[in-house]
Design a protein around this ligand. Structure first.
Ligand SMILES: Cc1cc2nc3c(=O)[nH]c(=O)nc-3n(C[C@H](O)[C@H](O)[C@H](O)COP(=O)(O)O)c2cc1C
Length: 269
Protein backbone atom coordinates (compact mmCIF):
# COMPACT_ATOMS: atom_id res chain seq x y z
CA UNK A 1 0.00 0.00 0.00
CA UNK A 2 3.00 2.28 -0.15
CA UNK A 3 1.94 4.89 -2.67
CA UNK A 4 4.55 7.42 -1.69
CA UNK A 5 6.96 7.78 -4.58
CA UNK A 6 9.55 9.32 -2.27
CA UNK A 7 11.94 6.77 -0.88
CA UNK A 8 13.32 7.13 2.60
CA UNK A 9 17.02 7.66 2.20
CA UNK A 10 19.52 6.97 4.93
CA UNK A 11 21.45 10.13 5.77
CA UNK A 12 25.07 10.09 4.65
CA UNK A 13 27.43 8.35 7.09
CA UNK A 14 29.37 11.53 7.74
CA UNK A 15 26.18 13.10 9.05
CA UNK A 16 25.19 10.06 11.07
CA UNK A 17 28.54 10.00 12.89
CA UNK A 18 30.03 13.35 13.55
CA UNK A 19 33.14 12.54 15.60
CA UNK A 20 33.89 16.18 16.25
CA UNK A 21 30.61 16.73 18.10
CA UNK A 22 29.45 14.52 20.96
CA UNK A 23 25.84 15.55 20.44
CA UNK A 24 22.72 13.91 19.11
CA UNK A 25 21.22 15.46 16.00
CA UNK A 26 17.71 15.07 14.63
CA UNK A 27 16.70 16.56 11.30
CA UNK A 28 14.39 19.54 11.96
CA UNK A 29 11.39 20.61 9.92
CA UNK A 30 12.63 21.15 6.35
CA UNK A 31 15.76 19.24 7.38
CA UNK A 32 15.60 17.25 4.20
CA UNK A 33 16.14 20.41 2.26
CA UNK A 34 19.26 21.43 4.10
CA UNK A 35 20.71 17.93 3.99
CA UNK A 36 20.00 17.35 0.35
CA UNK A 37 22.88 17.63 -2.11
CA UNK A 38 20.24 18.68 -4.67
CA UNK A 39 18.85 21.43 -2.54
CA UNK A 40 15.54 22.87 -3.68
CA UNK A 41 14.66 20.14 -6.08
CA UNK A 42 10.92 19.80 -6.00
CA UNK A 43 8.81 16.94 -4.79
CA UNK A 44 6.97 16.45 -8.03
CA UNK A 45 4.27 14.08 -6.72
CA UNK A 46 2.65 16.85 -4.64
CA UNK A 47 -0.12 18.91 -6.27
CA UNK A 48 1.80 22.07 -5.23
CA UNK A 49 5.45 23.11 -5.46
CA UNK A 50 7.39 22.03 -2.41
CA UNK A 51 11.03 21.15 -1.78
CA UNK A 52 12.04 17.51 -1.83
CA UNK A 53 12.62 16.26 1.72
CA UNK A 54 15.20 13.56 1.05
CA UNK A 55 15.84 13.12 4.74
CA UNK A 56 12.54 13.60 6.54
CA UNK A 57 12.25 15.73 9.69
CA UNK A 58 12.67 13.52 12.76
CA UNK A 59 15.46 11.45 11.25
CA UNK A 60 18.43 10.88 13.53
CA UNK A 61 21.38 12.36 11.67
CA UNK A 62 24.07 12.54 14.36
CA UNK A 63 25.00 9.82 16.82
CA UNK A 64 27.77 10.63 19.30
CA UNK A 65 30.76 8.34 19.12
CA UNK A 66 30.30 5.14 21.12
CA UNK A 67 26.49 5.49 21.24
CA UNK A 68 23.99 3.29 19.44
CA UNK A 69 20.98 4.52 17.49
CA UNK A 70 17.98 4.33 19.86
CA UNK A 71 15.23 2.02 18.58
CA UNK A 72 12.77 4.92 18.28
CA UNK A 73 14.94 6.37 15.50
CA UNK A 74 15.48 3.14 13.61
CA UNK A 75 13.44 2.83 10.41
CA UNK A 76 10.73 0.18 10.54
CA UNK A 77 9.11 -1.64 7.64
CA UNK A 78 5.72 -3.28 8.14
CA UNK A 79 4.08 -5.01 5.16
CA UNK A 80 6.00 -2.94 2.65
CA UNK A 81 5.51 0.45 4.32
CA UNK A 82 8.71 1.95 5.70
CA UNK A 83 8.56 4.47 8.54
CA UNK A 84 11.68 6.58 8.94
CA UNK A 85 11.29 6.53 12.74
CA UNK A 86 8.92 4.97 15.26
CA UNK A 87 7.30 8.17 16.48
CA UNK A 88 3.65 7.38 15.76
CA UNK A 89 0.86 9.82 16.63
CA UNK A 90 -2.25 8.00 17.92
CA UNK A 91 -5.64 8.82 16.41
CA UNK A 92 -7.29 11.64 18.34
CA UNK A 93 -10.94 12.60 17.82
CA UNK A 94 -11.38 16.29 17.05
CA UNK A 95 -15.21 16.49 16.93
CA UNK A 96 -14.78 19.39 14.53
CA UNK A 97 -16.46 18.58 11.22
CA UNK A 98 -19.69 18.83 9.30
CA UNK A 99 -21.19 15.79 7.56
CA UNK A 100 -17.96 13.81 8.06
CA UNK A 101 -15.80 16.11 5.91
CA UNK A 102 -12.35 16.59 7.38
CA UNK A 103 -11.09 20.10 6.84
CA UNK A 104 -8.28 22.66 7.01
CA UNK A 105 -8.17 21.84 10.71
CA UNK A 106 -7.12 18.26 9.92
CA UNK A 107 -4.56 19.47 7.41
CA UNK A 108 -2.96 21.72 10.00
CA UNK A 109 -3.26 19.30 12.96
CA UNK A 110 -1.96 16.20 11.15
CA UNK A 111 0.35 18.20 8.89
CA UNK A 112 2.06 19.78 11.87
CA UNK A 113 2.89 16.36 13.34
CA UNK A 114 4.41 15.33 10.02
CA UNK A 115 6.39 18.55 9.65
CA UNK A 116 7.82 18.09 13.14
CA UNK A 117 9.05 14.58 12.47
CA UNK A 118 6.43 11.95 13.33
CA UNK A 119 7.06 8.95 11.09
CA UNK A 120 3.33 8.13 11.16
CA UNK A 121 0.38 10.36 12.01
CA UNK A 122 -3.02 8.68 12.27
CA UNK A 123 -6.20 10.58 11.49
CA UNK A 124 -8.77 10.14 14.25
CA UNK A 125 -11.69 7.68 14.54
CA UNK A 126 -13.42 8.07 11.18
CA UNK A 127 -16.94 6.73 10.81
CA UNK A 128 -17.76 4.10 8.19
CA UNK A 129 -21.45 5.07 8.40
CA UNK A 130 -23.21 8.26 9.58
CA UNK A 131 -24.82 6.42 12.52
CA UNK A 132 -21.34 5.15 13.40
CA UNK A 133 -20.11 8.60 14.44
CA UNK A 134 -19.49 9.28 18.11
CA UNK A 135 -20.50 12.93 17.89
CA UNK A 136 -22.40 14.51 14.98
CA UNK A 137 -19.14 16.35 14.22
CA UNK A 138 -16.97 13.24 13.68
CA UNK A 139 -14.84 12.55 10.60
CA UNK A 140 -16.26 10.15 8.01
CA UNK A 141 -15.37 7.98 5.06
CA UNK A 142 -18.85 6.66 4.31
CA UNK A 143 -19.18 8.28 0.89
CA UNK A 144 -16.91 8.88 -2.07
CA UNK A 145 -17.10 12.67 -1.61
CA UNK A 146 -15.04 12.22 1.56
CA UNK A 147 -12.02 10.96 -0.42
CA UNK A 148 -10.81 14.35 -1.71
CA UNK A 149 -10.19 16.02 1.67
CA UNK A 150 -8.37 12.90 2.87
CA UNK A 151 -6.22 12.98 -0.25
CA UNK A 152 -5.35 16.61 0.41
CA UNK A 153 -4.00 15.73 3.88
CA UNK A 154 -2.26 12.59 2.58
CA UNK A 155 -0.57 14.57 -0.23
CA UNK A 156 0.75 17.09 2.28
CA UNK A 157 2.08 14.42 4.66
CA UNK A 158 3.75 12.63 1.74
CA UNK A 159 5.30 15.91 0.61
CA UNK A 160 7.12 15.86 3.96
CA UNK A 161 8.28 12.29 3.24
CA UNK A 162 6.24 10.96 6.18
CA UNK A 163 3.46 8.40 6.45
CA UNK A 164 -0.21 8.89 7.21
CA UNK A 165 -2.85 6.57 8.66
CA UNK A 166 -6.55 6.62 9.42
CA UNK A 167 -8.57 4.81 12.05
CA UNK A 168 -11.89 3.57 10.68
CA UNK A 169 -14.64 3.20 13.21
CA UNK A 170 -18.23 2.41 14.10
CA UNK A 171 -19.22 3.98 17.41
CA UNK A 172 -22.11 1.61 18.20
CA UNK A 173 -23.64 2.41 21.57
CA UNK A 174 -21.33 5.45 21.98
CA UNK A 175 -23.01 7.19 19.03
CA UNK A 176 -24.67 10.58 19.27
CA UNK A 177 -22.51 11.69 22.18
CA UNK A 178 -21.50 15.34 22.41
CA UNK A 179 -17.87 16.50 22.22
CA UNK A 180 -16.13 16.21 25.60
CA UNK A 181 -15.81 19.97 26.00
CA UNK A 182 -19.62 20.28 25.89
CA UNK A 183 -20.08 17.60 28.53
CA UNK A 184 -20.07 14.35 26.49
CA UNK A 185 -23.82 13.96 27.00
CA UNK A 186 -26.39 12.49 24.63
CA UNK A 187 -27.04 14.83 21.69
CA UNK A 188 -30.80 15.30 21.09
CA UNK A 189 -32.19 15.03 17.55
CA UNK A 190 -32.92 18.77 17.67
CA UNK A 191 -29.16 19.40 17.85
CA UNK A 192 -28.09 16.94 15.14
CA UNK A 193 -28.24 13.80 17.28
CA UNK A 194 -29.24 10.48 15.74
CA UNK A 195 -30.45 6.99 16.66
CA UNK A 196 -27.72 4.50 17.45
CA UNK A 197 -27.29 0.85 16.54
CA UNK A 198 -25.02 -1.67 18.25
CA UNK A 199 -24.21 -5.40 18.23
CA UNK A 200 -26.75 -5.89 21.06
CA UNK A 201 -29.19 -3.87 23.15
CA UNK A 202 -28.21 -1.96 26.25
CA UNK A 203 -26.71 1.39 27.09
CA UNK A 204 -22.98 1.84 27.60
CA UNK A 205 -23.76 4.15 30.53
CA UNK A 206 -26.88 6.02 31.71
CA UNK A 207 -25.95 9.18 29.77
CA UNK A 208 -25.28 7.32 26.50
CA UNK A 209 -27.74 6.41 23.73
CA UNK A 210 -30.12 3.46 23.87
CA UNK A 211 -29.08 1.47 20.77
CA UNK A 212 -31.23 -0.74 18.57
CA UNK A 213 -29.71 -4.18 18.09
CA UNK A 214 -28.28 -4.68 14.59
CA UNK A 215 -29.83 -7.60 12.67
CA UNK A 216 -27.47 -10.29 11.40
CA UNK A 217 -27.74 -8.99 7.76
CA UNK A 218 -27.01 -5.48 9.06
CA UNK A 219 -23.90 -6.77 10.81
CA UNK A 220 -22.76 -8.28 7.52
CA UNK A 221 -23.47 -4.95 5.80
CA UNK A 222 -21.42 -3.19 8.44
CA UNK A 223 -18.44 -5.41 7.62
CA UNK A 224 -18.84 -4.26 3.99
CA UNK A 225 -18.95 -0.64 5.13
CA UNK A 226 -15.60 -1.09 6.86
CA UNK A 227 -14.26 -2.54 3.60
CA UNK A 228 -15.68 0.35 1.53
CA UNK A 229 -14.19 2.94 3.89
CA UNK A 230 -10.81 1.18 3.70
CA UNK A 231 -10.95 1.25 -0.11
CA UNK A 232 -11.72 4.99 -0.01
CA UNK A 233 -8.75 5.52 2.31
CA UNK A 234 -6.48 3.69 -0.14
CA UNK A 235 -7.84 5.83 -2.99
CA UNK A 236 -6.96 8.90 -0.93
CA UNK A 237 -3.37 7.65 -0.64
CA UNK A 238 -3.50 6.69 3.05
CA UNK A 239 -0.59 4.36 3.95
CA UNK A 240 -1.95 2.71 7.09
CA UNK A 241 -5.50 1.73 8.08
CA UNK A 242 -6.29 0.99 11.72
CA UNK A 243 -9.59 -0.58 12.77
CA UNK A 244 -11.03 0.99 15.92
CA UNK A 245 -11.78 -1.81 18.36
CA UNK A 246 -11.45 -0.06 21.72
CA UNK A 247 -13.16 2.40 24.08
CA UNK A 248 -16.68 0.86 23.73
CA UNK A 249 -17.14 1.12 19.97
CA UNK A 250 -19.07 -1.59 18.08
CA UNK A 251 -16.26 -4.09 17.59
CA UNK A 252 -15.18 -3.71 21.21
CA UNK A 253 -18.62 -4.19 22.76
CA UNK A 254 -19.36 -7.16 20.50
CA UNK A 255 -16.92 -9.16 22.57
CA UNK A 256 -17.14 -7.44 25.96
CA UNK A 257 -18.32 -9.83 28.66
CA UNK A 258 -20.27 -7.04 30.35
CA UNK A 259 -22.43 -6.39 27.24
CA UNK A 260 -25.57 -8.30 26.38
CA UNK A 261 -25.26 -11.09 23.81
CA UNK A 262 -26.98 -10.75 20.43
CA UNK A 263 -30.62 -11.87 20.88
CA UNK A 264 -30.81 -14.22 17.89
CA UNK A 265 -27.64 -16.17 18.52
CA UNK A 266 -26.86 -15.64 22.19
CA UNK A 267 -23.31 -15.27 20.95
CA UNK A 268 -20.86 -12.46 20.98
CA UNK A 269 -20.71 -11.27 17.40
C1 LIG B 1 -7.91 14.14 22.44
C2 LIG B 1 -7.86 12.64 22.33
C3 LIG B 1 -8.63 12.02 21.36
C4 LIG B 1 -8.56 10.63 21.20
N1 LIG B 1 -9.26 10.03 20.19
C5 LIG B 1 -9.07 8.70 19.96
C6 LIG B 1 -9.57 8.10 18.78
O1 LIG B 1 -10.11 8.76 17.88
N2 LIG B 1 -9.39 6.77 18.64
C7 LIG B 1 -8.72 6.01 19.58
O2 LIG B 1 -8.61 4.80 19.43
N3 LIG B 1 -8.18 6.59 20.65
C8 LIG B 1 -8.33 7.90 20.85
N4 LIG B 1 -7.72 8.49 21.92
C9 LIG B 1 -6.83 7.66 22.74
C10 LIG B 1 -5.42 7.70 22.13
O3 LIG B 1 -5.42 7.16 20.85
C11 LIG B 1 -4.42 6.91 22.96
O4 LIG B 1 -4.84 5.59 23.05
C12 LIG B 1 -4.31 7.48 24.30
O5 LIG B 1 -3.96 8.84 24.19
C13 LIG B 1 -3.23 6.72 25.12
O6 LIG B 1 -2.03 6.72 24.42
P1 LIG B 1 -0.77 6.06 25.01
O7 LIG B 1 -1.16 4.64 25.33
O8 LIG B 1 0.25 6.15 23.94
O9 LIG B 1 -0.44 6.84 26.22
C14 LIG B 1 -7.76 9.87 22.08
C15 LIG B 1 -6.98 10.51 23.06
C16 LIG B 1 -7.03 11.86 23.17
C17 LIG B 1 -6.15 12.51 24.20
Amino acid sequence: MDQNPQIWRRPPDNLLRSRSQGVWGVAPAAGGMSLSPDSNRDFSAAPFWTPLQQVPAGTLVKVPEGKKTPAVFKPLTIRGVTFQNRVFVAPMCQYSYEDGFISDWTLVAIGSYAVRGAGLSIIEATAVAPEGRISPQDAGLWKDEHIAPFKRVADFVHSQNQKIGVQIAHAGRLASTAAPWTGAKLVPHSEGGFDSVAPSEGKFSPQNSDPRELTIPEIKELVEKFKDAAVRAVKAGIDVIEIHAAHGVSIHTSHMKTCKRHSSTNLAI
